[in-house]
Design a protein around this ligand. Structure first.
Ligand code: CS2
Length: 473
């Protein structure tokens, strides 16, 4: 079986715009080569270049995995994305990535690209936990391994913030303009968050660098959305059948995609709007809506699924009583939102329920259940605090949190950067008269305003009892 490459003759029914042109000149360096970027921004960028031109080829950097970089190189940086719907599927080959580097072995090349003024945008999808954000202070977490390394050794960074600061420092020293930093992770005010971390690390090196970044830099906020399950052997098998070639990087996704971006770029940007991106002055209402409705409901679905032995999101959506609960959770979360220009929230909720239910998408509840400590603050705790402040009904937020704690309590190992503390709290909870308190006592697990709120604790206790009842039935 041939490997997907520029030489390979694709079957006539596979969209191949990428392969008919020479690779674009690099203009973007993207850190985080996971499935989401390749099925979202890489496609918007390719479509923007196809319609409006521009030298916006993507240099992909992987901070951890070398395998993905080796696979991209072996396939001339090409890979396929299949958008799956109940009624059918569309496969296309994407070619907007033009180079790939593994930071663990190519650090010097990554830094050379970052210093090169032809790179005008540095975009990021590294997951919530990679930033080294201290949720309580909003600043850098000095205990985060990459943060503490990069504060000590700024010239040889290993973490995402360290790379950005070193790249900007080189631009500053050379008298060049900074690059725009475009965060595409599911964090509220993601651009503002990254800006604060970058400024803090830059200030640690020298005040002038920080002042220059603050004055000249740009960190637009964004809201990104596309459900992209981690690829499986089935994904690869189906791509092989459609392509007639091996594609070790094949992805499957839903056909829906959305991207809302603040239009603040220092040295231009691709015409992403021609590919459907929405440029706005203020992303905050869109971001809040997406994090609290889509991602919040996703966490609810994930822990329900994990506790009830349901492997995929669509399996949870096949149980009517769960769907009712998911809808009512989204309705509770919707009460905490600001008006979102151009969006009817009830319609948005219906659309989310349809997306989650799609039989064509195999999205593992285990995938979403990972990293709860990094996800629940913006998805569940923030709307819970807003609801408490408005004297509203917090039961649903307490229910999701109680599901998460029940899930944690039933695991021997966890995929979460705070796994040791969580597992220790779970162990302690088994032996004390007030089990919930062992979780509430873990420093920074909940915002103080929640951990110390008697109504929250009472609601959590009630929901824990409800869940124990549900699980013993
Ligand atoms: C999911 C997200 O894994 C998760 O936590 O909630 O990855 C979700 O699929 C995307 O944000 C959808 O845009």
């Amino acid at each position: 079986m041939p490997l997907l490459s520029r030489q390979y003759q694709l079957p006539a029914d596979v969209a191949r715009s990428a392969m008919d042109k020479a690779p674009a000149t690099p203009g973007i360096l993207h850190i985080g080569l996971g499935a989401f970027h390749r099925a979202h921004q890489a496609i918007y960028t390719e479509d923007a270049m196809t319609h409006s031109g521009g030298a916006w080829g993507i240099v992909g950097v992987s901070l951890r995995s070398r395998e993905i970089v080796d696979d991209l190189k072996a396939q001339d940086f090409l890979y396929s994305v299949t958008a799956r719907r109940a009624e059918g599927e569309d496969i296309r080959v994407v070619g907007s990535i033009v180079d790939a580097l593994a930071a663990s072995v190519d650090a010097d090349d990554v830094l050379k690209y970052l210093a090169d003024p032809t790179i005008r945008i540095v975009s990021l999808t590294v997951t919530e936990k990679a930033y080294g954000l201290d949720a309580a202070s909003g600043g850098l977490d000095h205990d985060h391994a990459a943060v503490s390394h990069d504060l000590r050794s700024p010239g040889n960074p290993v973490g995402v913030i360290g790379y950005i600061v070193e790249g900007l420092a080189r631009r500053h020293a050379a008298g060049e303009a900074p690059f725009t930093v475009l965060c595409c992770d599911n964090l509220p005010s993601n651009g503002d968050v990254v800006k604060r971390l970058v400024l803090e690390m830059a200030r640690h090196r020298n005040e002038q660098l920080a002042a220059w970044i603050e004055r000249e830099g740009a960190f637009p906020n964004t809201m990104v959305d596309r459900i992209v399950p981690a690829p499986t052997q089935d994904t690869l098998d189906r791509a092989r059948a459609l392509l007639g070639a091996e594609d070790h990087l094949a992805l499957e996704t839903e056909s829906f995609r959305q991207w809302v971006i603040e239009d603040h770029f220092i040295s231009g940007r691709p015409a992403w709007e021609v590919a459907g991106a929405l440029f706005v002055k203020d992303v905050a209402p869109y971001e809040k809506m997406k994090l609290r409705l889509l991602n919040g409901a996703h966490s609810l679905i994930a822990y329900l699924g994990q506790l009830h032995g349901l492997e995929y999101v669509r399996d949870v959506m096949a149980v009517p009583q769960y769907v009712a609960r998911i809808r009512s959770h989204m309705q509770a979360a919707a009460k905490t939102l600001d008006p979102v220009p151009g969006i009817d929230i009830d319609g948005y909720i219906d659309e989310l329920l349809a997306r989650f239910s799609s039989p064509a998408i195999a999205h593992r509840t285990a995938q979403i259940a990972m990293d709860g400590t990094q996800k629940l603050p913006q998805r569940i705790f923030s709307p819970a605090l807003d609801t408490l402040a408005a004297d509203g009904e917090i039961g649903s937020f307490a229910y999701v949190t109680a599901l998460w704690l029940s899930f944690v309590s039933r695991q021997d190992s966890l995929n979460d950067p705070r796994a040791p503390e969580l597992l220790e709290a779970a162990l302690k909870a088994r032996t004390v008269s007030d089990p919930l308190q062992s979780f509430l006592d873990v420093p920074g697990l909940f915002p103080d305003a929640l951990a110390n709120n008697p109504f929250w604790k009472k609601a959590l206790c009630e929901q824990m009892a409800t869940i124990d009842g549900e699980l013993s039935r």
